[in-house]
Design a protein around this ligand. Structure first.
Ligand code: CA
Length: 314
């Protein structure tokens, strides 16, 4: 089962976004029409520039447009620690700035234009904060049923969060935005920590990429080496680092990689469980809009992911 929909990838590059970008850009089964890079793992000029570097390193610089996204959460402040992704989002490589004259939120116009153009033939993958998509959803005409769908690396249904017991990082960065998205009528496949923690990258794969002599392999290897070391220190229970963002790309192409349950989801926006994705009890009797992924065929996904990454990075 493959999806042939036109696809927009919304990233916040980010080491695992960089992996997701390589996977998406090298895959014959993904019809990628554009990339949007918002703030998230680093500031928006930085994530935009990182995204341009990844696209260019794969020789796709003149094929896929990259749009700059939002520069901050809807209501909150964003501080950057650099713990997992480095202060530059790619393991402190400090590559030259490619942000040029791009302006924040150009992405929102691009996504709205694409929704109007493609309708049900459009899907949007998010692997960062859901701020851009909340802005898009707030601008949809009232009373019309959205036809496009989303696949979002977001949330934690049963498994503990990765910011605290409750919250997953993409949701925690902008819970108000995630709440707008999940409470909307847009069909969202929630690819959360419940499944992404089951898909891993280890030093073995890194070693293969370190042996390649290409611009993309050089950027990716340095970024992943930093990320793996951060995981070793902070999440020692995992035998590697999780392929959070790449799995969202995989599910967008092959929905049957995951088993989902239908549910209406909301997001807690205050208190101890701030950022938690939970069932929306106010809509318990209504038609569910979210498909919550709870199990994944990790072996099948990882085989496809590594075969495409190995080919793309050589
Ligand atoms: Ca990300």
């Amino acid at each position: 089962m493959t999806s042939s929909k036109k696809t927009i990838l919304c990233v916040d590059t980010g080491v695992d976004d960089a992996l997701a970008l390589c996977y998406a850009l090298s895959h014959e089964d993904l019809n990628l029409i554009g990339i949007c890079a918002s703030y998230g793992m680093a500031t928006v000029p930085q994530t935009f520039s990182n995204t341009k570097h990844i696209v260019a390193s794969l020789g796709k610089g003149d094929q896929i447009p990259v749009y700059m996204g939002s520069e901050k959460p809807l209501e909150r402040d964003r501080e950057y620690s650099g713990t997992f992704h480095g202060m530059d989002g790619l393991g402190n490589q400090n590559l030259p700035d490619l942000s040029g004259d791009a302006k924040p939120e150009e992405s929102v116009e691009f996504i709205i234009d694409s929704i109007n153009k493609y309708g049900a033939d459009l899907q949007i993958i998010t692997t960062g904060p859901m701020t851009d998509m909340a802005k898009v959803i707030m601008r949809l005409p009232e009373g019309t049923e959205p036809q496009f769908t989303m696949v979002s690396m977001a949330g934690a249904a049963i498994t503990p969060g990765n910011c605290n017991l409750y919250s997953e990082a993409n949701v925690m960065v902008d819970p108000e935005a995630a709440k707008i998205c999940f409470e909307s009528d847009v069909e969202i496949t929630m690819v959360g920590l419940d499944v992404t923690r089951k898909t891993l990258l280890t030093g073995k794969e890194l070693k293969v990429w370190q042996g390649y002599d290409s611009p993309s392999a050089e950027i990716l290897s340095k970024a992943v080496a930093f990320y793996l070391e951060a995981y070793r220190v902070h999440h020692p229970y995992l035998a590697g680092c999780a392929l959070h963002d790449p799995l969202a790309v995989g599910v967008a192409m092959y929905p049957d990689l995951v088993k989902t349950i239908p549910m209406n989801i909301t997001v807690v926006t205050s208190g101890e469980a701030d950022g938690d994705t939970v069932e929306n009890l106010d809509k318990i009797a209504e038609k569910p809009t979210t498909k919550v992924a709870l199990s994944v065929d990790a072996d099948r996904f990882m085989a496809d992911f590594y075969s495409h990454l190995n080919a793309a990075l050589q």
